[in-house]
Design a protein around this ligand. Sequence first.
Ligand code: SF4
Ligand code: SF4
Length: 314
Amino acid sequence: MGDKRTIEERLSENGVSRREFLKYCGLLTAVLGLPHTAVPRVAAAILKKRRPSVVWLHFAECTGCTEAFLRTTYPWASDIILDIISLDYHQTIMAAAGLQAEAILEKTVTENKGNFMAIVEGAIPTRDSGVYGRSGGRTFLEIGRKVLIDSKPVAVICLGSCASFGGLQAAAPNPTGAKSVGEALGVKTINVSGCPPNAVNIVAVMVHYLLLGRLPALDEYDRPLFAYGKTVHDQCPRRSHFENEEFVLAFGDEGAMKGWCLRLVGCKGPETFNNCPTVRFNDGASWPVEAGHPCIGCAEPNFWDTLSPFYEAE
Ligand code: SF4
Ligand code: SF4
């Protein structure tokens, strides 16, 4: 916000070589399912710097998705996204606060009506006219109607399972009547689900838009197919142990030490669509199942209710 340096200048000042930048572009290219020959086009799309205006809203959530995004292992990846877009409103990282921040939101959606993107974190409480979720004197329902309906964004991208599906806020008994953004407002959303989602996937959605001028194909839950097209189970390196019926029966047992399948200690990989096994976390170092923890199904609708208890087999 307000930084006039080019992406190349920012990367260079952060000690990021062109080689490292192209390596990251290679990761994005693979995530999008494009051939390796597309890497230069992906890099060019990022460096082209078209800067669509983006408003990033926080509703009922823990800000974990923002944290996951800003604390990516590639510390400069967030710089890239903050440079290829014009992030005009984001409560967590913007300098303005209070009435000044609200004035910026109003100005941004008025001046860019019909020509901005919205990223949303968090569910929307709907019970009692939405009184259980408020910011700047307005309910989340009122903010959502103003920004996500009346101001006609070109896309509403839900970041994380709370915005996508309601998440923990909507888990039983759901005292605030929390709902997903799409359900609460009746708007079409692109759901980059997960608790938290992998930051690479939200960057890939943006790059897809910059590269091809359109948003990616979606699955039945409006998740990008490039990231949610296969189950965790179908991509899992422990899969051969599942087929051979070699199961961990208790954490720390012999099977656990041998890296066997975690299904009988609760793994929800067969029910869960996400690209964690291939994209992984922490610079591709590992991912939960590889580290010995069952998948808890965090990218699926209503996983707190339908896929728990997390450490028990069905
Ligand atoms: S550990 Fe989970 S995801 Fe991997 S093979 Fe076993 S059940 Fe499937
Ligand atoms: S392995 Fe499962 S629970 Fe863990 S982040 Fe991936 S989808 Fe979510």
